[in-house]
Design a protein around this ligand. Structure first.
Ligand SMILES: Cc1cc2nc3c(=O)[nH]c(=O)nc-3n(C[C@H](O)[C@H](O)[C@H](O)COP(=O)(O)O)c2cc1C
Length: 171
């Protein structure tokens, strides 16, 4: 992996997140970590001055074991993978770290940094520093069809905005 600047990134977030998916991971080897697959999220900028801070937004439902790690830790990572690893993301998005060591099960290799974890097999890693957390609110839905479609049980995600503080690319 080599570190690159966020300005050097050439990517399409619409396909990268929605179609190829990502792993959201929080914690490290000292405090424990967990990961899950996500396909809802945004990359862009907000706050700061002169164009805003480079940021990611992720959405985590209350049922996810990963949520307690994201809530506890100041950092989270977003890991993106090539097609050959897609089946691993299917597994990590349909099994819980509460029940098993699912990372070992799929054969990914965790790499531990100071307060964060990413995976050696990733093609791109974004290390994000949490800036903001907020619940998705029922009263916020302008289009009530989205509310009924995505939240029949009213199990609203929390959204997190994180400043992208480090970018690692596979060499
Ligand atoms: C393609 C895909 C996308 C997903 N996107 C999200 C997401 O954006 N937010 C979320 O909370 N869960 C999402 N999930 C569900 C979690 O990945 C899944 O519930 C996972 O098993 C949670 O693992 P954990 O309990 O170890 O945290 C997605 C699952 C899949 C397969």
């Amino acid at each position: 992996m080599k570190e690159v600047s966020v300005q050097e990134l050439q990517l399409n977030p619409m396909t990268l997140i929605a179609k190829e998916w990502m792993l959201v991971t929080a914690g490290d080897d000292k405090t424990g970590y967990n990961t899950m697959t996500a396909s809802w999220g945004h990359l862009g900028s907000i706050w700061g001055h002169g164009g805003g801070l480079p940021t990611s937004v992720i959405f985590v439902r209350p049922q996810r074991y990963t949520k307690q790690f994201v809530d506890r830790e100041p950092l989270y990572t977003l890991c993106f993978f090539s097609e050959e690893h897609h089946s691993k993301l299917v597994y990590l998005g349909s099994h819980s770290g509460r029940d098993e060591d699912k990372v070992a099960k799929v054969g990914l290799t965790p790499v531990f940094g100071e307060g964060y974890t990413y995976f050696a097999e990733a093609s791109l890693v974004l290390v994000c520093r949490k800036l903001y957390r907020a619940p998705v609110l029922e009263e916020g839905f302008v289009d009530k069809a989205v509310l009924e479609d995505c939240y029949p049980q009213r199990d609203f995600h929390d959204l997190y905005v994180g400043e992208i503080v480090k970018v690692l690319k596979a060499e």
